[in-house]
Design a protein around this ligand. Structure first.
Ligand code: ATP
Length: 223
């Protein structure tokens, strides 16, 4: 069975943290594919301004163009009327589920607020999850119920070989916690640095074709 990670987010813009997560997880979980799923507009972010989906998609395409196993799905962009993660996961299960083992990826910040998502328990019940540590965010399982806690497998501090034994020996759907990537980069900080013209602080935080794209199209310059 193929192993596919589903990596949802706003990707406004995709940055070095996202790419480090994709690389780290590919190695640790022996993934066949990482599928980035840009959100039409993430339901919990509707109040803030989000860059048009075409730009966010284009930046993802540039960031992944040389890496055959990093791909993009337009499942959410194609169905803006179905913006919720539980809907996306059920569509992915239908299209890939029988031929693949699916892992839904989220950073520590997203995990800690997951119980505010629409049908969050259904999301957790429909795939394996991978929660990735992130500098500045604590990581606990206090916000989920006991039954869900029992599914948590903490891979932090394990070597690739130890983690592989743990993952291969797991039965049923798990919630893996990993420190396979630990990078202090955020899209909010990048947007702010571009707006303020602080080039030295953001240029190295996005893949270079993405930096060129941001400058060419003048993204994030407005108030
Ligand atoms: P913003 O600052 O606009 O909220 P972001 O940097 O968190 O953006 P998103 O596109 O919202 O980026 O992130 C998509 C997913 O990737 C989320 O689950 C988020 O937690 C995770 N993520 C983003 N950056 C990192 C990072 N540096 N380390 C680990 N996970 C990350």
């Amino acid at each position: 069975m193929k192993r596919i990670a589903l990596y949802g987010g706003t990707f406004d813009p995709v940055h070095a943290g996202h790419i480090a997560v994709a690389h780290g997880l590919s190695k640790l979980f022996a993934l066949d594919e990482v599928l980035f799923i840009p959100a039409y507009i993430a339901p919990h972010k509707r109040k803030s301004r989000v860059t048009p989906a075409l730009h966010r998609y284009a930046m993802l395409a540039l960031a992944t163009q040389d890496e055959p196993h990093l791909c993009i799905s337009t499942v959410e962009l194609d169905a803006p009327e179905q913006p919720y993660t539980f809907e996306t996961l059920s569509r992915m299960q239908e299209s890939l589920g029988r031929a693949a083992q699916l892992f839904f990826v989220l950073g520590a910040d997203s995990w800690m607020e997951m119980n505010t998502w629409r049908e969050w328990e259904r999301v957790l019940a429909s795939a394996n999850h991978i929660v990735v540590t992130r500098p500045g965010y604590e990581l606990s399982a206090e916000h989920v119920t006991g039954e869900i806690c029992e599914r948590v497998v903490d891979l932090r501090g394990m070597s690739v070989e130890e983690a592989a034994r743990e993952i291969d020996g797991s039965e049923g759907l798990k919630i893996y916690i990993t420190d396979a990537a630990f990078m202090d980069v955020s899209a909010t900080a990048i947007r702010r640095a571009v707006r303020e013209g602080r080039n030295e602080s953001w240029l190295k935080q996005v893949p270079s074709p993405v930096a060129d794209y941001i400058r060419k199209y003048g993204l994030y310059r407005g108030a």
